[in-house]
Ligand binder design. Structure first.
Ligand code: MCN
Ligand code: CUM
Length: 797
């Protein structure tokens, strides 16, 4: 289980050897992944299975004049050509988005974004389906397109949604905080700084694209859909609502998922078409996207055009933050976030700082771009919020000619202020930001780096050194259910534990791993709480027929919510086990104690006679006490009282080439505090992956459109992902500030690195040029963009 090559002994917080809390247990799931034995949707093959290919619009905005499928239909291997009319006959022409908009499954009259779904071809194999799709002739009448939120705002902008009553592209206005108090803070301030920044449109880019195999069984009247879903239960409910098939006759199975990153939270037209085709044709139908379809049509992230303002005293005390945002939501309002939060958790934009007054306003617009607004490795717009505040704090430090580390320290929410209520109404559960910052600065030798930076400027070196900080706070673990829901379903989560007579356990959870390692970490929670060995615990997920109802994995909610349910379920089992143990020990239940260290029960004061959980398990079935039900199992549905607030202190060190504008990330240090840690090795892996995605965000990635609505970065030739060449060796570190309300004191961590790293990198690049007055560089910071900033500042060589 441990590092057999004699690597560093993992730190243990549990004090035993069963693979519990704090142990670097090797990932149980990795054997099947690294030996090619994983089962992904595309590995599902069924007798008589047909294949679906979608016909997509080459135009970004166009009326559909005519669709002629006859040439495709005449092909031997083509079984059917499906259009909106066919779907309408089964009442499946539209589907609800996660924000209560109505999206056409296949276009009936007007295409609203490039590559939108216009028709579908069902054939006996994938190649025939593709050939058939190429033979579907669609006549279009093209229209002017609008691709930016700022342009969509204009009076004379083309109207994207003629199906809606109002003659405008405006979707909604949202506001948070206290406008008056914030205005007053700005009026009272010695200094104010304003900065425009655009958080560009991103694509989550999971290795596996989206897909499904839908299988309608006419005899059982049952629909089984294997699909790449981050939230199988929520999808089952939506499927049942859309199709009218009773929910107990819909089975969603999410097999191994090759990365989600938020991309697999929404429902896409392909799923609906495949299911409808299977229903009509009474044969299984598979639909799997190609890469470019995934990039161009599935849900994007970010696309927030932000103006931030920060007000402070001349001594650097922050008095207020104000921000205005233009949000591009694409052709449908299909953002994936809790229903009551149209701007996600963006209002956490006061970050780790004790800001007395804050205000935000946001306007969202329809454009001729793919719909979306998922929280790509971000707890619902927290990435945007963290970027805003971490950039503003840096700008303020520049304005005051102060050290950005010291400005942060001065304004941190102090350790003794938790639970802390922010100016925008969040209750932060726990934090110790100064300890994290101190550890980070010391680890990277911050003072030494500043000296090196000054020397390079002094010597007029060819490369400039930049040091960027990000001391961010995340907010993860949605619910509570009364605040957070999807389509009305409250955001709780669940776990069911069955301990079998021979002392092994099956654990079924409502969350859905896409690579995060739940089969290991959730087994560790049970091992810890029940005294079982981690190898005796099998975790199952992803099948709505067997798993308890859960809301799925996104927004780093699995540990805060599903992990809590698992700990509570295990404690329920332990409670019953205690009664069985008392019977075995012939003692009163009140006199029986459980030892975390040994994982066994004994009579208080007489530790020599013990009953292990394995013995309890056997007795539960073979010698159950007269006043207890036989068996040993429990289920828990956990509605969290609050979210958890993990945080971090990141330091990025860059070298900027004055001749080329190239940025070399020389060092990346990431300190994360996610409360009590279940598996440090898995956490480190999460941080490695998340920082890599943050580097992609800061340096390379941007889904771009031209003025006609053509996606100009719609594949991996043009949408650039970082490779091993761009990713530096990273240093990970941690502090532990447990969550006071979580049963095992854990907070989430999966998204922190993607949320926290982009501002550290941008701050570093700006920092390298700050002495020449540079205030901002927009992402992605490509060499040409950086070179222009260098040149404007008189720094280019
Ligand atoms: N963990 C831990 N101790 C803690 C906190 C977390 O050991 N105190 C472990 C967990 O047990 C889990 C992993 O770290 O195995 C991530 O936990 P958590 O922070 O609860 O996040 P989720 O499991 O809910 O994962 C969601 C998060 C999100 S929203 C995105 S997006 C993302 C991410 O995870 N997508 C991923 N990481 C990903 N990693 C992979 N490989 N693939 C994805 O698609
Ligand atoms: Cu925040 S994307 Mo993740 O939520 O699946």
């Amino acid at each position: 289980r441990f590092d057999e090559d004699g690597g560093p002994e993992p730190e243990k917080t549990c004090g035993h050897d069963r693979g519990g809390m704090g142990e670097d247990v090797r990932r149980k799931e990795d054997r099947r992944f690294v030996t090619g034995e994983g089962t992904y949707v595309d590995d599902i093959k069924k007798d008589g299975m047909l294949h679906c290919e979608i016909v997509r619009s080459p135009h970004g905005h166009a009326r559909v004049v005519d669709i002629d499928g006859s040439r495709a239909e005449s092909m031997d291997d083509v079984v059917a050509v499906i259009t909106a009319e066919d779907l309408a006959a089964h009442d499946l022409a539209t589907m609800p988005t996660l924000m209560d908009d109505t999206q056409e499954v296949l276009v009936r009259e007007k295409v609203k974004f490039q590559s939108q779904e216009v028709a579908a071809v069902i054939a006996t194999d994938r190649y025939a389906a593709k050939d058939g799709a190429e033979r579907v002739e669609v006549e279009y009448d093209t229209l002017d397109a609008v691709v930016d939120a700022a342009d969509a705002k204009a009076e004379d902008a083309p109207i994207v949604r003629e199906d809606l009553e109002e003659d405008t592209n405006h979707i909604f206005t949202w506001e948070a905080g206290d406008e008056e108090a914030t205005e007053q803070a700005f009026a009272d301030a010695d200094v104010t700084v304003e900065q425009d920044m655009y958080y560009q449109r991103l694509h989550p880019a999971p290795i596996e694209t989206c897909g499904c195999v839908a299988d309608w069984d006419e005899d059982d009247e049952q629909m089984t859909v294997h699909m790449t879903s981050q939230a199988p239960h929520a999808h089952r409910t939506l499927f049942s609502m859309v199709s009218g098939i009773p929910e107990h006759k819909v089975r969603i199975v999410s097999p191994d998922v090759g990365g989600g990153f938020g991309n697999k939270v929404p429902i896409y037209p392909g799923y609906v078409v495949a299911a409808a085709a299977s229903y009509v044709l009474e044969q299984p139908v598979k639909w799997v996207e190609e890469r470019s379809e995934n990039v161009q049509t599935t849900s994007f992230a970010r696309d927030y055009d932000m103006t931030g303002r920060i007000a402070a005293t001349e001594d650097g005390e922050i008095l207020g933050i104000d921000t205005e945002v233009l949000a591009n939501h694409g052709a449908y309002n299909a953002a994936a976030q809790p229903s009551k939060f149209p701007a996600g958790f963006f209002k956490i934009f006061t970050g780790s700082y004790d800001v007395p007054a804050a205000h935000a306003s946001l306007d969202a617009y329809y454009t001729n771009t793919a719909p979306g607004g998922i929280a790509y490795r971000c707890s619902f717009r927290v990435t945007e919020a963290v970027y805003l505040v971490e950039r503003l704090v840096k700008a303020l430090a520049q304005e005051l000619d102060a050290d950005p580390a010291e400005i942060r320290r001065q304004n941190f929410i102090p350790e003794d202020a938790f639970p802390y209520e922010s100016a925008t109404g969040w209750e932060y559960d726990s934090g110790n930001y100064e300890r994290a910052l101190d550890k980070a600065l010391e680890s990277v030798d911050y003072d030494g780096l500043r000296e090196e930076q000054a020397e390079r400027i002094e010597n007029d070196d060819d490369t400039l050194l930049g040091i960027g900080l990000s001391t961010f706070t995340e907010i993860v673990g949605a619910g509570p259910g009364k605040q957070c829901d999807i389509a009305g379903v409250e955001m709780f989560d669940s776990c069911e534990i069955r301990v079998h007579p021979t002392g092994t356990a099956t654990v079924r959870i409502g969350v859905q791993t896409q690579g995060q390692g739940h089969e290991t970490t959730f087994a560790q929670i049970v091992a810890e709480e029940l005294g079982l060995d981690v190898d005796s615990v099998e975790v199952e997920h992803g099948d709505t027929d067997t798993e308890p109802y859960g809301l799925g994995t996104y927004a780093s909610r699995s540990t805060p919510v599903g992990g809590a349910a698992t700990a509570v379920a295990a404690r329920k089992v332990r409670e019953k086990a205690k009664s069985v143990a008392a019977n075995e020990l012939e003692a009163d239940e009140e006199d029986v104690v459980w030892s975390r260290e040994s994982g066994a029960f004994s009579i208080e004061g007489a530790p020599e006679r013990t009953v292990t959980i394995e013995e309890v398990a056997a007795a539960s079935y073979m010698n159950s006490p007269a006043d207890e039900e036989p068996g040993l199992e429990a289920v828990d549905y956990y509605d969290p009282p609050n979210m958890t607030y993990p945080f971090g202190a990141y330091v990025c060190v860059v070298e900027v080439d004055r001749e080329t504008g190239e940025v070399d990330i020389r060092q990346f240090y990431a300190l994360d505090d996610c409360g009590n840690r279940i598996n440090p090795m898995i956490i480190e892996g999460q941080v490695h992956g998340g920082v890599a995605q943050g580097i992609g965000t800061a340096m390379l990635e941007h889904v771009t459109y031209d003025d006609d609505g053509n996606v100009t970065a719609g594949d991996f030739m043009n949408y650039l992902l970082p490779t091993a060449m761009e990713i530096p060796e990273m240093e990970t570190d941690y502090t532990v500030t447990p969550s006071p309300h979580h049963p095992i004191g854990a907070k989430g961590v999966g998204e922190s690195p993607t949320v926290g790293s982009p501002p550290a990198i941008v701050n570093a690049v700006v920092d390298a040029m700050a002495h020449a007055g540079v205030r901002h560089v927009d992402m992605p910071m490509t060499a040409d963009r950086v070179w222009e900033v260098l040149d404007d500042a008189g720094l280019s060589k």
